[in-house]
Design a protein around this ligand. Sequence first.
Ligand code: SF4
Length: 559
Amino acid sequence: MVPPTEAPSQPQRRTPARKGKSRGEGQWALGHREPLNGNERSKKDDNPLNVRQRIENIYAYKGFDSIDPADLRGRFRWWGLYTQRAPGIPGARTGTIEPEELDDSYFMLRVRVDGGALSTEQLRVIGEISRTYARDTADITDRQNVQLHWIRVEDMPAIWQQLESVGLYTTEACGDCPRVVLGSPVAGVAADEIVDATPAIKEIADHYIGDESLSNLPRKFKTAISGSPRQDVVHETNDISFIGAEHSEHGAGFDLWVGGGLSTNPKLAVRLGSWVPREEVPEVWNAVVQIFRDYGYRKLRHRARMKFLVADWGAEKFREVLENEYLGRKLIDGDAPPIPEGPRDHVGVHEQRDGNYYVGVTSVAGRVSGSTLLAAADAAERVGSRRVRTTVEQNLLFLDVPGSEVETLISDLDELRLRARPSSWRRNVMACTGIEFCKLAIVETKNRATDLIEDLEKRLADVQSEVDNPVTVNLNGCPNACARTQVSDIGLKGQLVTDADGNQVEGFQVHLGGGLGHDPGFGRKIRGHKVTSSELGDYVERLVRRYLDQRSEDELFRQ
Ligand code: SF4
């Protein structure tokens, strides 16, 4: 056992503890400091950020078997490391397998990409690490990160050294802490931008990520900041979001949202009715994280996300506590920005405000490879582009491409299976990690999504031009909804289903008609709408053909 170090000092509240109906939920602000479950105990025993020293000084030399279990299944996450699923363990979760039995001695490593912003140099370093240490694996996640697999603890010091040499890091990429900050992939270049959020994202990342006072939150904390009128960071599903908004008196700034989150008890974020200037975004962000740290529920893990606190308090009380207890001033009232029409994903060729172009290309459900990333960096640099962006749709954007070079880049990327002019299915199918590497998964997702895209491209080739309103299909390996099950047209939640012969096989519970933007809402779980993995192509084809036959003009799938 690693001896517990001194417990981290707890934050000082600004006001005396208040008694309330939530007493007993483990809220620090109400005086409940004693850990009420194992996760809280582990975080109190030792600040999870301290585990990096043990990885570098002990575990990297002594190997996987030397790792303290509390570090392995808890604190490692604060440095982006999860044990990956051991290959060969039966696909379905039976309830008889203990989580430890699913541990492999290899790790998934999440590289944090705040704002989705990468240079080609950084992309190349990720590609090289993938080829050297991760068996050439790389997934672009729907939170703009890059995930690598097959990582050994022995290699972590060298990996961190290489990442940090180009300004990349894995700090708080997972764990109960502020995760990656989502940002508009076209920040600073889009012709229609309301406000460039880049300085705010940079300040949050520089000042608060790795700050011990914010590293023990009740659960994960997700942030999205975009000054694009396309509202391109799925802000409705984050714990906190700042969305570009013009104020009639003060000009360009951000509309503040809190309390979104999906998983097993999904909730859409709510507006606080306040407008925040760009220079105040980090301060307001920090105050909201502190509210979550102090008032968030810590007793039950499944009630610990900030969405439950926001749902219980309501927007009015949340804003009151934010202003009175944490900021010490009133926020400026603001109206909601208009909801944009059309796609949010930036796929294709678009002119920047400086006259160059950005090119958005689709991956296949986020699955690329280190070799692909290296080749993509080369392709970008050949045409003079040195800035790459990841997106919340698991895609890539290449910025600053001269008009004369656009077709060259598109052609080079096409050879890497990165398509600027994809089919509707390649553009609108997403998948989470799934059973290949994720210990919580019940079913396979990435390879299934790849097959499904190719299958639908053939099956629905005759109606491709009619699918003008995109139909999104999101595959998830379990109820956790990492690939946003509930807010897609066809949301697929992995589970065991019964096939025609009465056998339990991999399949999906279907959620139909979810979406964001206008009339946002969660897909309906329709009784009996379960489909085996092998029947997925048939099922989606039937749904899409029925939609095309029966829709009225411009009617969306979810209507
Ligand atoms: Fe793993 Fe489930 Fe998340 Fe998929 S949705 S990555 S299976 S936890």
